[in-house]
Design a protein around this ligand. Structure first.
Ligand code: NAD
Length: 334
């Protein structure tokens, strides 16, 4: 029988994880939890997901026209594993609920590493999550960094990483966050925490980061500069990246994140998602012994395949990370 997965928090990440799990043959969605009966709750209901809600809101859901299947506690009791996709900082409060229900849980990058005690990236440390009760799938930025740093470290040894993160300031559906016309160094005190979060997965990596927020909703862009232990050429790095299933080369005249998002729609990706790192091929350059390149990170979707792999590792559906990655990719169409 399939592993029973529940989604707590059906927003940007939660709805995508639900659909990705549904595409797999070894796991299924037994319910999603939503706080309010808004359009997303109705779409979830129409898609056939059982819609759960907070214990004191079950009647509100019913009155609004969604025959709520029950409370989050009821949902947790039905599930083998809960993927917590509530807003950053909220997920922490649900830990006691999961412990009480005796259910495994995955949190997202908005929570601290310590909450789960294991941070996850499918390529870099799949085996660490095998059989674990609690795991945190790292943020979009950290996922994007791990996917390029890990193979480079394996092949050439990474001596030092410097990264500047140019971050989208809001998701496309977010009407409350800005700026709409400014660039914000954020945080101003340096270095930022973003790059070093990679150490929650690869503690030995020497990395510093700076970050700014831009007036856009279309992806983050990273400028990377790396010193490697072994000599290699730009072509060697391109060959290595070409072998990574979750890195896509951006070329053929694509010069912006807007066009990457258009490409994702053109190739028929659900919600226009780009699950892979988008590395501008022509930017990959060895210059005076150091590596430079640009990559785009689709914040709304890059962590979705990683959540599927984390479920597979924690439920021990597959012991071999490479096999899980291949299975997830095939089912999703990566
Ligand atoms: P979101 O605001 O889009 O969705 C969160 C959902 O949780 C909303 O539907 C909200 O109504 C619901 N919710 C709020 N409180 C709840 C509660 N107590 N119980 C159940 N549901 C509740 O947030 P998001 O962007 O999907 O982020 C979720 C997590 O994923 C955060 O940790 C975030 O840091 C992380 N993450 C976000 C992105 C991104 O770019 N959006 C990328 C990677 C990781």
């Amino acid at each position: 029988s399939k592993v029973k997965v529940a989604i707590n928090g059906y927003g940007t990440i939660g709805k995508r994880v639900a659909d990705a799990v549904t595409m797999q043959d070894d796991m299924e969605i037994i319910g999603i939890a939503k706080t309010r009966p808004n359009y997303e709750a109705f779409v979830a209901h129409d898609k056939g997901y059982n819609v759960y809600t907070l214990a004191d809101r079950v009647d509100d859901m019913k009155k609004a026209g969604i025959p709520a299947a029950g409370s989050v506690e009821d949902m947790a009791a039905e599930a083998d594993i809960v993927v917590d996709c509530t807003p950053g900082g909220v997920g922490e409060k649900n830990k006691a609920l999961y412990e009480k229900a005796g259910v495994k849980a995955i949190w997202q990058g908005g929570e601290d590493h310590e909450l789960a005690g294991c941070s996850f990236n499918a390529e870099a440390n799949y085996a660490e999550a095998l059989g674990r009760d609690f795991v945190r799938v790292v943020s979009c930025n950290t996922t994007g960094l791990c996917r390029v740093i890990y193979p480079l470290d394996q092949e050439y040894g990474v001596k030092k990483v410097r990264v500047t993160l140019m971050r989208r300031s809001a998701d496309p559906n977010d009407i409350k966050t800005g700026p709409i016309n400014a660039i914000i160094p954020n945080p101003i005190k340096l270095p930022s925490h973003h790059g070093p979060d990679v150490k929650s997965i690869m503690p030995h990596i020497n990395i510093t980061s700076t970050a700014v927020k831009l007036s856009t909703t279309l992806m983050h862009v990273h400028t990377l500069n790396m010193e490697l232990e072994k000599d290699c050429t730009s072509e060697d790095v391109k060959d290595l990246f070409a072998k990574q299933s979750r890195i896509r080369f951006i070329e053929q005249g694509i010069s912006s994140t807007a066009e990457i998002m258009e490409l994702a729609k053109d190739i028929g990706r659900p919600r226009g998602d780009m699950w892979e790192n988008s590395v501008w091929k022509d930017s990959v350059t060895m210059y005076e012994g150091e590596l430079y390149f640009f990559q785009g990170i689709h914040q709304e979707s890059i962590v979705i395949p990683e959540n599927v792999d984390a479920i597979r590792a924690m439920m021990e559906l597959e012991k071999d990370g490479a096999k899980s990655i291949a299975k997830t990719n095939k089912a999703m169409g990566l």
